[in-house]
Write a protein that binds this ligand. Structure first.
Ligand code: ATP
Length: 349
């Protein structure tokens, strides 16, 4: 099976080819090709209009590159697999949401066009569930709790009765967006997360508000306090260190509570903030202390990427979970718990 994936919910114009003999598990013959063209704002954060302009320019190129790659793979696989006129891909998977509406519309249009060009089915993927499923797929874990720590979101998910349930989530901004707002305030370019990680290494811990309410958490108070601290002369490195320790301790506490609540003994990490080494170490230590397993995918699968869209797309396609073009409208507020998880039953059979 060979699936083309297209991602473009915010900053990453990305296309992927996922080839596998069995989408239910990682095999030695799996192959994931990812081509990404990132939008980097000249100043400030992500501007929706500029991001959409970037998608309009970059999506056709990354998709064309991925299609060329699929053709090469098909040719290499031998003439029996595909005849001269047949398609190099079995389906097209695309991110339907959540994300920026103008960006999503460009991705959906491209996906529909490619599906029609090759006369293959279309698969509509929830971007947040893809952040989760790529970790579940590559870890081989059965039913993990997932911490999604991404730019525009932050939530803890657990599977029950055919859906991923949101066990806890941010009450205000996404975790990466909160960090980026702080770095914008001090004049650093977007994205701020990697810079905070670098500066935190040289800093002393500076105390910031710790806000966990039940299973939910809030970042806006931390950001205001962090901005104020820098304005009052606290060294930036110390504030970065305090921010990492505070935010990641909150996420670790709620992840632990989710493991305890669900009785799960596996945790996977998803999302661009998940690339942070300190967050990975805190989660890893917590899991080790309670005898749970922890898995963080490679960075190329943590930040936004079309590989995760193609991987979940392959699982959905194998389960017959495709959509007609007329039903393939985007959903910029597409929540993960709205998705009927069709593919897990198919994996077990
Ligand atoms: P979403 O998946 O919710 O739509 P997104 O589209 O913003 O989010 P992601 O790629 O998941 O994209 O995450 C991007 C975020 O990750 C940015 O806010 C960025 O600052 C943050 N980030 C990247 N690297 C690091 C790091 N090393 N430490 C902390 N944060 C990081």
């Amino acid at each position: 099976m060979r699936i083309l994936g297209i991602e473009g919910t915010a900053w990453a114009a990305s296309a992927s080819v996922f080839e596998t003999p069995d989408p239910a598990r990682v095999t030695d013959d799996d192959h994931v090709f990812i081509e990404t063209d990132a939008y980097a704002p000249d100043s400030g954060g992500i501007h929706p209009r500029e991001a959409a302009e970037h998608m309009g320019e970059a999506i056709p190129d990354v998709v064309e590159t991925a299609i060329e790659h699929a053709h090469e793979r098909a040719a290499g696989a031998g003439s029996n697999e595909h005849g001269a006129d047949s398609s190099p891909i079995d389906a097209v998977a695309f991110a339907r949401g959540p994300g920026l509406g103008p960006c999503l519309r460009i991705v959906a249009t491209a996906a529909r066009a490619v599906a029609q060009r090759f006369d293959v089915p279309l698969v509509g993927v929830n971007h947040m569930v893809a952040h989760l499923e790529v970790g579940r797929h590559r870890s081989g874990f059965d039913s993990p709790v997932c911490l999604n720590a991404s730019g525009a979101n932050a939530h803890i998910l657990g599977y029950r009765n055919g859906r991923y349930r949101v066990l806890g989530e941010t009450m205000d901004t996404g975790v990466g967006n909160a960090i980026d707002k702080f770095t914008r305030h001090i004049g650093w370019s977007h994205p701020g997360g990697p810079k905070v990680e670098q500066h935190a290494r040289d800093g002393e811990y500076h105390e910031l508000p710790y806000v966990v309410k039940g299973m939910d958490f809030s970042f806006s108070g931390i950001m205001s306090a962090a901005k104020q601290a820098v304005d009052e002369g606290v060294p930036v490195d110390d504030v970065c260190r305090g921010m990492e320790e505070t935010i990641f301790a909150m996420l670790t506490e709620v992840s632990e509570r989710a493991l305890s609540l669900t009785g799960a003994d596996e945790l996977v990490l998803g999302g661009g903030v998940g690339q942070n080494d300190r967050l990975q170490r805190m989660l890893g230590e917590m899991c080790q202390q309670r005898g749970a397993k922890f898995y963080a995918p490679e960075n190329r699968f943590l930040r936004d990427n079309a590989g995760m869209i193609a991987i979940l797309g392959a699982k959905m396609y194998a389960a017959g979970d495709t959509i007609a073009i007329e039903d393939s409208r985007i959903d910029s507020n597409f929540r993960p718990d709205e998705v009927a998880v069709t593919w897990r039953g198919a994996e077990e059979s």
